[in-house]
Design a protein around this ligand. Structure first.
Ligand SMILES: NC(=O)c1ccc[n+]([C@@H]2O[C@H](COP(=O)([O-])OP(=O)(O)OC[C@H]3O[C@@H](n4cnc5c(N)ncnc54)[C@H](O)[C@@H]3O)[C@@H](O)[C@H]2O)c1
Ligand SMILES: O=C(O)C(=O)C[C@@H](O)[C@H](O)[C@H](O)COP(=O)(O)O
Ligand SMILES: [Zn+2]
Length: 361
């Protein structure tokens, strides 16, 4: 089992990565918890829950299941999980385990952050995308007007990343997770970016996946260690998200996955970066990689004004002015305030280009 330690400003915690390590969680638990609540979704419940519950050697283990999908990051599911915690008699010495992808992790993490003003929790990520969501302590639910608008910074006690469970992920979720890996590659180094652009997700080999995940997690961990509460450089982890989040919310939560939305957001950010800084970001190659891997581009019905209004609800916005993460070069992110007029212009050109696929095919 591999261990990466995160020394963030709130506390130090380990990320364990390995095959079948979910069954070793007992061995690494140091504290004596009064009870445990495992939160998962109804899809994972069928696949993995029973054997996991049995492996937890504790006499008070409860579980709660949410419907799978982005729409569960809601105030209703948040409230229901609090009700379950009260019903099961969880106290301040109880532990919550988020057993799932980013939806379970963000929602259950936010419940842990708020139940009795905060109890311990552990992330057991089950998707590729959750290499990102389980690390760093951003926990949240959505508002109909925008993604993750209600949340907190609340890091887990540990992350137990059992890569064996990734074997059952459908291609759509592999795609989704790789969008965040591409983001981390763009933030770190060109050779990682090239390596990913040479990967056909349909024929992905396990040893490559593990290598990519470790590189992605290391990039994320390094940034989070410097700036846990996003006062500065952590904003770079939002590359592709100003547009990505707007698109995800505009199309209705769950219609495009988070990663699929971020992929288009990255294409937008790279397109602008090339124009603003006159640098080659390999946008055409990135577009062709997305196409080869069947990423969706549902751009026909999009309305620029609606997208622009949603982009303004982004958490990086200051005094109504949108702040975007761009790249001066691969591995060199910057925060840029382009001004509303220019963003609208870029939006128009980008959507036109996507509709006609000119220059990219
Ligand atoms: N907190 C953060 O820093 C952060 C970072 C990135 C993304 N996110 C959030 O993460 C969420 C997306 O996470 P996600 O992509 O993991 O989505 P998800 O949790 O909805 O999981 C996707 C689907 O895959 C299924 N699934 C999960 N594990 C599986 C497995 N091992 N085998 C088969 N099926 C499995 C789930 O049941 C679900 O249907 C978004 O809400 C996004 O905003 C948060
Ligand atoms: O960890 C971060 O910081 C990120 O921005 C990671 C993103 O991939 C993730 O989607 C995050 O939830 C977005 O944060 P938000 O503050 O824009 O909601
Ligand atoms: Zn993201």
């Amino acid at each position: 089992m591999k261990e990466i330690i995160i020394k963030s400003s709130s506390h130090t915690y380990p990320i364990y990565i390995g095959e079948s390590i979910r069954f070793q969680l007992n061995e690494v638990l140091k504290e004596d918890y009064s009870s445990i609540l495992v939160v998962t979704d109804d899809h994972l419940e069928k696949l993995y829950l029973n054997s996991f519950l049995q492996s937890l050697n504790h006499n008070k283990v409860h579980h709660a299941t949410i419907p799978a999908g982005e729409s569960s990051k809601s105030i209703e599911q948040f409230y229901q999980l609090h009700s379950a915690a009260i019903e099961y008699g969880l106290d301040r010495s109880s532990l919550l385990i988020a057993f799932g992808g980013g939806v379970v992790g963000d929602l259950a993490g936010f419940v842990a952050a708020t139940y009795m003003r905060g109890i311990d929790y552990i992330q057991v990520p089950t998707t590729i995308l959750a290499h990102d969501s389980s690390v760093g302590g951003k926990v949240a639910i959505n508002h109909e007007n925008g993604k993750n608008l209600i949340g907190s910074f609340y890091p887990p006690k540990m992350v137990v990343y059992d890569i064996e469970m990734l074997d059952t992920l459908p291609l759509k979720e592999i795609r989704s997770g790789y969008a965040e890996l591409i983001k981390e590659a763009l933030l770190s180094d060109e050779s990682f970016y090239d390596e990913l652009l040479n990967t056909n997700l349909q024929f992905l080999r396990n040893e490559h996946l593990i290598e990519h995940l470790e590189k992605g997690i290391t990039t994320k961990a390094t940034i989070v260690e410097e700036d846990e509460r996003e006062l500065g450089n952590r904003k770079y982890l939002n590359l592709g998200h100003t547009f990505g989040h707007a698109l995800e919310a505009e199309l209705g939560y769950g219609n495009l996955t988070h990663g699929e939305s971020v992929a288009i957001g990255l294409l937008f950010a790279l397109t602008i970066s090339e124009k603003e800084f006159d640098m080659d970001m390999k946008v055409k190659r990135f577009y062709q990689w997305l196409k080869m891997n069947d990423y969706p581009f549902p751009v026909e019905q999009l309305n620029i004004n609606k997208l622009f209004s949603r982009m303004k609800v982004d958490k990086k916005t200051v005094s109504q002015s949108i702040q975007m993460v761009l790249l001066k070069d691969i591995g060199v992110p910057v925060m840029v305030e382009l001004g509303n007029e220019k963003i609208n212009e870029y939006l128009f050109l980008f959507l036109e280009q996507l509709r006609q696929r000119e220059n990219w095919e």
